[in-house]
Design a protein. Structure first.
Lengths: 245, 683
């Protein structure tokens, strides 16, 4: 049933991330909280952790967990900045990169080519700010939305250290239905699968370290927008494969 | 095994033996050509190709809907069968689905869609085939041939039951969407696991002079695991569409022959060299007459210019032309001004283009954001608020009518806001899409202007260069008293000489050395290809002889009359010696073709299991053999041959066979057989 009234006032305002003084992109006014909520739900669904704390068990009402907010934020960043994801993939293909050893260079080449052919760094870019530990965006509003609908919730495990994000059974069912009914979710689902396939084994610190290897990312001042690295990726691709993007 | 030096020697001998050869080729040139194309590196032994793997189909599952006419509801069906090693059979009448079942397996194993009956193809919705690759693991290939001309699916490193689970499947090793993607994914998957390396090559595009690159890999090799119904005109593949060109590569891969890569390379390079030579030869021939006429014309013109210059020289007086000097200076100045103006204009257009491109990017990003927002909002609006987001306590489900009456929030009691609809976003999306259209139009216009100005700038720069050169030459011209006519004549003389020099290079005589070089290259590579072909055949003669002799024996058992010998030539085309006559396989009677084909495949299977030779996957799929071509007696002989082989080889091989004939029931164990009586269908 579609409710006639909602608890949210104006969702486009609620969905507006905190930007500080640097209003980066006038087009973020088209963002809605639903868009952010769906992205977070899909990350929880596809990029879950296997809980490693012996004392922690998912209840029957919950299905997936991501153990740290940092990891969630860093994966979110790669979805919102396809060029930074391409940069990280290409880094893995450099002389001592792990993807060379794994024989996945050709896959990466095709993938990066596809990202640029589809103009994803332009069309799929959703700007994000840099805080003390890299890309970050407050998720309070999104979690209010998801928790009130019993789709996901979060728990602070060690105050100041770790926040666990949990997908409920209802959230799991909603994602499955959404994958069938909403064609726009397919791109996000594919992107999550790709990130999981290449970087799923890394923890929050390792992903952060990888993202910090990009000079522009590391040099971005506190609370400023992280800039795209499209040109750098094109240069790196040409150096690695001898072809232009 | 042949070495590079032996290859060079044999090529040398082959070329020397060619009658009427006027252009002898030294061994150094042969070495240089073969080394240049990289054949030397491919001849060195590269080590073993890895352990040979066995492939077996363990389970098949099909789900779909039979569409009916007259607007009746479709009938849902599902089919499942567990398969074991040895002989597995289907006995049922025509049109009961036997071929469809086998073809779904063939599709999964080859990645290439077989020819289904068009109506049956539309029934299939979800197919899963569980396979066992010895020493590697159990996998499930699950694919959905929907919509009717497409296919998508995944390969899981899991048994069929897990791959069909309703949970989000994990352990997917490949995924594909579209027919070419499926072929590539299956190719990658089996090629690496079964140890079948792809071979790159070139082939002529039909009816053209162009070469296209072509890769022979698992999608070709695996076709030889399937004997289809009704077409037996090729002894190795299900049909003749491949025209025999893949016999050598495929059998070479199955028999684990070395030198295949070198052969493939030599073939490709030979074709390329042939194309280069033929193209150049034709070009020279076609151009020869035109070039000769052109040279004659230019030589006449040059003679005329030179005689006029001589006459002017004879009566020359010193002549200063200050008006001309002034004129040239003016032209240089005007050209410079024009170049500066056009450069500025070009810069302005570039800036405008960048600005518009940024606007377009923003508008397109807005469209994307709005589309997602609308879709997600519509979906999520169907989910009710169940909990307080702060304390997470459940909220009692107040009836909507009551909320409407009170107009108050059930949580805090405040006045309710109307649900935000997507109308606003729809309007914005419409505007954004409109803006995208306008910006694209503007960008196209700016692009045209940009191009126009760039062309004008180029022209202006050329003019400036000409005027600059003329200006810097003025002092000399003034000093020597050039007249404007002399200037024109000297320019014409230089131009004509340059043209003549260029044209003389293009004549038959001028192009001779280049043509001879291309011809030498073509001859060397052709000879190398032929030497390598023979070398493969000779160095594996032992294996081929066992295969030929076993095929001969088996074919005789299966009732191929008066058969003396079966043999393969260097290109691996099949011939038989029958009643003292040598006959090509393709020209045999269709019933004999079928028996010989089955005999060949059974011999190929037993070669791996009994002699440990080659890397055949030990799997054979046979669809309804010879319903029209074999009488009862011959059919029984073929079936007995199959049973004898599976008895001898035990669990080492797997044969899947479908037939309309009940005789198969007597030869196959009941647990390995699916039988349908008249009127019954498989699904």
């Amino acid at each position: 049933m579609i409710p006639l009234f909602s608890m949210e006032r104006n969702t486009s305002e609620v969905g507006q991330p905190v930007r500080g003084d640097n209003v980066m992109d006038p087009l973020t006014r088209h963002d809605t909280i639903e868009r952010h909520a769906v992205r977070i739900l899909l990350i929880l669904y596809f990029c879950r952790d296997h809980p490693y704390t012996p004392s922690f068990r998912l209840t029957d009402d919950d299905t997936h967990v991501i153990e740290t907010e940092g990891k969630l934020q860093k994966i979110d960043f790669w979805i919102r900045y396809p060029d930074h994801l391409a940069a990280a993939l290409l880094r893995g293909c450099e002389a001592d990169g792990q993807l060379v050893a794994a024989g996945r260079m050709d896959d990466v080449k095709d993938l990066v080519r596809e990202i640029f052919r589809e103009r994803e760094p332009v069309l799929r870019w959703v700007p994000m700010l840099k805080y003390l530990r890299g890309a970050y965006e407050p998720l309070d509003n999104v979690m209010v939305f998801l928790t009130s609908r019993n789709l996901a919730y979060r728990r602070i495990v060690e105050r100041g250290h770790r926040t666990r994000y949990i997908l409920t059974r209802k959230g799991y069912d909603a994602v499955q239905l959404m994958l069938q009914e909403c064609p726009e979710t397919q791109w996000y689902a594919d992107r999550c699968r790709i990130i999981n396939s290449y970087f799923g084994h890394l923890n929050s610190f390792e992903i952060r370290r990888l993202q910090y290897l990009e000079g522009n990312y590391a040099a971005t001042p506190y609370r400023e927008m992280i800039v795209p690295v499209e040109a750098e990726v094109r240069r790196r691709f040409e150096r690695l494969f001898g072809e232009s993007l | 095994m042949i070495t590079f030096n032996e290859l060079v020697k044999q090529v040398d001998a082959k070329l020397a033996g060619q009658r009427g050869r006027r252009d002898p080729i030294s061994t150094e040139i042969i070495e240089e050509i073969l080394g240049e194309v990289g054949i030397a590196g491919l001849i060195q032994p590269t080590g073993e190709g890895g352990t040979a793997k066995k492939l077996q189909v363990r389970q098949l599952w099909i789900r779909g809907r039979k569409w009916q006419s007259h607007g009746l509801e479709p009938i849902e069906f599902s089919y499942h069968r567990t398969l074991g090693p040895g002989l597995n059979g289907w006995v049922a009448g025509n049109g009961t689905g036997k071929s469809t079942v086998l073809k779904t397996i063939v599709w999964a194993l080859t990645g290439v869609e077989p020819n289904f009956k068009p109506d049956v193809r539309t029934w299939l919705e979800d197919i899963a085939v569980e396979i066992d690759i010895s020493g590697d693991g159990i996998y499930t290939i699950r694919y959905s041939p929907r919509p009717s001309s497409q296919v998508s699916g995944r390969i899981f490193a899991q048994p069929l039951d897990s791959a069909l689970s309703t949970e989000e499947p994990v352990g997917s090793v490949e995924s594909f969407s579209g027919k070419p993607a499926m072929t590539e994914a299956i190719d990658r998957f089996f090629g690496s696991r079964m140890g079948f390396s792809p071979l790159e090559g070139l082939e002529w595009k039909r009816h053209t002079m162009t070469l296209t690159s072509q890769v022979t890999s698992w999608d070709v090799y695996s076709q030889a695991l399937f004997i289809s119904a009704d077409d037996y005109s090729d002894y190795l593949f299900p049909s003749r569409s491949t025209n025999g060109q893949y016999h050598q590569k495929t059998l070479g891969a199955y028999l684990d022959m070395h030198l295949l890569e070198a052969l493939s390379k030599a073939q490709a390079e030979q074709l390329r060299a042939q194309q280069d030579y033929e193209f150049e030869r034709k070009r020279v021939e076609v151009d020869a007459a035109r070039i000769r006429d052109e040279i004659n014309r230019l030589e006449d013109e040059l003679r005329h210019v030179e005689s006029r210059l001589e006459r002017i020289d004879a009566e020359q007086t010193v002549l200063l032309d200050p008006a001309f000097v002034h004129h040239v200076r003016e032209e240089v100045s005007q050209s410079t001004e024009r170049v500066v103006a056009l450069t500025q204009q070009l810069h302005d257009w570039e800036t405008e283009e960048t600005r518009l491109q940024n606007d377009l990017n923003q508008a397109q990003r807005a469209c994307q954001a709005l589309k997602e927002s609308i879709e997600f909002k519509l979906f999520l609006s169907g989910l009710e608020v169940e909990k307080c987001p702060h304390c997470e306590a459940s909220i009692p489900q107040t009836r909507v009518v009551e909320e409407l009456e009170t107009g108050q929030c059930r949580v805090c009691g405040s006045h309710l806001q109307p649900v935000s609809s997507v109308d606003a976003q729809q309007v914005l999306l419409g505007r954004a899409e409109e803006k995208v259209g306008e910006l694209r139009k503007d960008l196209r216009r700016i692009g045209r202007e940009h191009k126009k100005v760039a062309a004008e700038l180029e022209q202006a720069q050329q003019e400036l260069e000409v005027h600059g050169a003329e200006f810097s030459d003025l002092s000399r011209q003034e000093r020597e008293g050039f007249t404007s006519e002399m200037r024109t004549l000297v320019d014409a003389k230089g131009y004509l000489r340059g043209q003549l020099e260029r044209l003389r290079e293009q004549t038959k005589e001028g192009r001779g050395p280049h043509l001879r070089k291309l011809k030498r290259r073509q001859d060397v590579l052709r000879a190398a290809h032929s030497v390598l072909q023979a070398a493969i055949s000779q160095s594996h003669r032992g294996v081929l002889e066992i295969l030929e002799s076993r095929t001969t024996d088996t074919a005789q058992t299966l009732g191929v009359g008066n058969l003396e010998r079966v043999f393969l030539n260097d290109r691996f085309d099949m011939f038989v010696k029958q009643s003292n006559e040598t006959i090509r396989f393709q020209t045999m009677d269709i019933g004999e073709q079928l028996r010989l084909k089955i005999a060949f495949h059974l011999s190929l299977l037993s070669l791996r299991t009994q002699n440990g030779l080659g890397r055949h996957p030990n799997l054979l799929i046979i669809d309804a053999p010879g319903s029209a071509e074999l009488d009862e007696q011959r059919f029984s002989a073929v079936m007995r041959g199959l049973v004898d082989l599976t008895d001898q080889l035990g669990d080492q091989v797997q044969i899947l066979i479908a037939s309309t004939r009940d005789e198969l029931l007597d030869l196959c164990g009941a647990d390995q057989m699916e039988y349908k009586q008249e009127g019954e269908t498989l699904f």
